[in-house]
Every structure is written in structure tokens, then in C-alpha cells.
Design a protein around this ligand. Structure first.
Ligand code: SAH
Ligand code: SF4
Length: 344
């Protein structure tokens, strides 16, 4: 719920509106674990609100910490479904004091990309606004047991699911996470990642011109992309890139194009096609050697091929980076922890 919705709900319960503001701050800013911790509420009010609201839609099933500090969480929802989130480690030594939370937006995913463990498991349902926001809050609460000052600084919608197919809930979650009296995470520190739902990319430019956009491009020819990212049959590259150009016209913002590098697919020729496709688009390409998942027969290219791919793009004037990999020892790639847990 937004602050305003809680204020109204309090009034409907016959309580003053400012109680709602207090509750919002406890839930969002302080990320407390229950009504009993709200010290400025009377016991009677705590009981009343306990009856009236659903507190926490997530239950922690499993947490893993990687050697590099990345943490992965498996949460269970009220209906028994399970989702994952990841907290990317921060390194105080590099002075980049970032704590990025990677959120899920759906249970499963209807897109079915061939390299993605989530996509291979099919689609169950959308997450609610509460289930999306609660991922940040629950991770914050858990982290504060170790580090009282913990605060998420960045959010990426790169967990399970296709955020632009749960558009309204994702936008509402962004607004709540952005709210001053809540987590107060800047919209420019949040990134929505999409497999390429072209009409929704244009909608996003209209509805929120601050939040970042990442497009999971992977390859630049339709035949291959049809096979790897099946939504390409619905929104082929021409349509997708037209939506991206429109997005940039309206927002002036650079789009990050994500490219999973796969042995046999990510050739120098594929890189040249990509440079051609992205010509004139304000772009940044993020290369990610594919994370081989159990049951998915995909390998990453060798170092020489990876450098060759990057070299072609930079020679064409496209800024390119190789994503620093985190958490491979804890199955931190999309959908992998849930799969392993359920097989065990
Ligand atoms: N559905 C959205 C956001 C979630 S997936 C999207 O597809 O963009 C987040 C990112 O993880 C996407 O770029 C996706 O292509 C990538 N990804 C999924 N499985 C992967 C794997 N096995 N190795 C590397 N990247 C993967
Ligand atoms: Fe869905 Fe993204 Fe996985 Fe594709 S990569 S199946 S769009 S979660």
C-alpha cells in the first residue's frame, strides 16, 4: 500500500490519519518485522491493525551467501509459490558503496527464453505490488540483523519474470520504493529489464522517464532471436528497435542492451550485425557470459571470442562492458536456486 492508502485505511478503521504515516514509516523506512515493534502504537491499535492488514507476504525458505558476498534468497509466498531475489555484494574497498537488490516480478515467466532456468519452468502468476516491494523490505530487515545501517541503494528488476508483463504492479512498486517517507531509492537507481515487450517500452517512456531501461537483446538477427527469445516472433527486431528509438526520443536516456554470450552464437559476425542494428541508438552494451544452468545445454564462449565480440562493438563506437560476475557458486543466475532447491 502507498502511504496515502494506509492513511485512508486507518481513517476507515476510526483511527487518525497520522497513524497511517507512522505505520508507513515503520514498514517502509524501518523495515520492522511486526506490529509489536511499532513502539508508538498502543497494544490495542497493534491488535486492530494486525486484524485489518496482511503484514508480510514473504517467508524466507533459504538464504545463501557467495564467496564474493552476493546473497541469494528463496522466499515462499502465501499461496506456497516460491521466488528468488539477490542482493549484490558491496565492496567498501572500491568505495562503490552500492547495495543492489535484484527483484522478481512474476512466479515463473511466460517468455520461455532457452537459456533461462525461469523461462523453462513456465508461468504461474504475476506478483502483487506488495510481493514485489516486500522483497526489498525483507532483505533490508534480515541484513539489519547484521548491519544496523543497511540500506538498499539500487534496484534492478532482473529476477524471475518479465516486468513489462506485470506493468502496473511494477510501476506502483517503483513509486513506493521511491517514496520519501519510505525506502527513498532514487528512480534513476532503479532499472527495469525487458525481453522486448515493444509497446510497453513506449508506455514506460510516457509513465516514468527517470527509471532506467535494460533490453535483453542477446542477438541481432531475427531468425536466431526467434529461437532464443521467443517473444521476438511477436515483436521482431525492427519493432523492438523502433520502440527503443521512441523511448530515447522521449526520455533522452541511454538504453542498456544486455547480451548473454553463448558459444556458437556470439560470433564476430553476430557482433557486426549488432553494431549495425544499434547504429544511431543511444546505447550501452552489457556483455554477460551465459550462466550454464543444469538441464540447459549452453556453454559460454572462450575468452578470445568474448574479447573479439567486445572489440567489434567498441570499434563501432558503442560503449561496451563485460558484466562482473557475481554469485556463480550459489546459482545466482535467474531461476537457478529455486530449481536446485526443488530438485533436492
Ligand atoms: N525478463 C526480463 C528480466 C529478468 S531476466 C528480461 O529477460 O530482461 C534478467 C536477465 O538475465 C536478462 O537479461 C536475461 O536474458 C538474463 N539471463 C537469464 N538467464 C541467463 C543465463 N543462464 N545466463 C546469463 N544471463 C541470463
Ligand atoms: Fe523470462 Fe527474462 Fe527468463 Fe526470458 S530471460 S524467460 S524474459 S525471465
Amino acid at each position: 500500500m502507498t502511504e496515502l492508502e494506509i492513511v485512508e485505511a486507518c481513517r476507515n478503521l476510526g483511527r487518525p490519519g497520522f497513524r497511517g504515516k507512522q505505520i508507513y514509516a515503520w514498514v517502509q523506512q524501518k523495515a520492522v518485522g511486526g506490529w509489536a515493534e511499532m513502539r508508538n502504537l498502543s497494544n490495542e491499535d497493534q491488535r486492530l491493525f494486525h486484524e485489518a492488514f496482511i503484514w508480510q507476504p514473504l517467508r524466507l525458505i533459504k538464504a545463501q551467501t557467495s564467496l564474493d558476498g552476493t546473497r541469494k534468497y528463496l522466499f515462499q509466498l502465501a499461496d506456497g509459490e516460491r521466488i528468488e531475489c539477490v542482493l549484490m555484494a558491496y565492496d567498501r574497498l572500491t568505495a562503490r558503496d552500492r547495495r543492489t537488490v535484484c527483484l522478481s516480478t512474476q512466479v515463473g515467466c511466460p517468455i520461455g527464453c532457452v537459456f533461462c532456468a525461469t523461462g523453462q519452468e513456465g508461468f504461474k502468476r504475476n506478483l502483487s505490488v506488495g510481493e514485489i516491494v516486500a522483497q526489498v523490505l525483507e532483505i533490508t530487515r534480515l541484513m539489519r540483523l547484521e548491519d544496523r545501517d543497511f540500506k538498499a541503494t539500487n534496484v534492478v528488476f532482473m529476477g524471475m519474470g518479465e516486468p513489462l508483463l506485470n506493468y502496473d504492479a511494477v510501476l506502483a512498486a517503483i513509486r513506493i520504493l521511491n517514496s520519501r517517507d519510505g525506502q527513498d531509492i532514487g528512480r534513476r537507481r532503479m532499472t527495469v529489464s525487458t525481453s522486448g515487450i515493444a509497446p510497453r517500452i513506449v508506455d514506460l517512456a510516457r509513465d516514468d522517464d527517470q527509471v532506467g531501461l535494460a533490453v535483453s537483446l542477446h542477438v541481432a538477427d531475427n531468425a536466431t532471436r526467434d529461437r532464443l527469445v521467443p517473444v521476438n516472433r511477436r515483436y521482431p527486431l525492427e519493432t523492438l528497435l523502433e520502440a527503443c528509438r521512441e523511448y530515447t526520443r522521449r526520455t533522452n536516456r541511454r538504453i542498456t542492451f544486455e547480451v548473454a554470450l553463448i558459444a556458437g552464437e556470439s560470433s564476430a559476425r553476430a557482433a557486426r550485425q549488432m553494431a549495425e542494428l544499434l547504429r544511431g541508438q543511444l546505447a550501452h552494451v552489457n556483455l554477460i557470459p551465459v550462466n550454464p544452468a543444469p538441464g540447459l545445454d549452453l556453454r559460454r564462449p572462450d575468452q578470445r571470442e568474448i574479447s573479439a565480440f567486445a572489440g567489434v562493438l567498441s570499434a563501432a563506437g558503442i560503449p561496451v562492458s563485460l558484466r562482473e560476475e557475481k554469485g556463480t557458486d550459489i546459482d545466482a543466475a535467474c531461476g537457478q536456486l529455486r530449481r536446485r532447491w526443488e530438485e533436492a
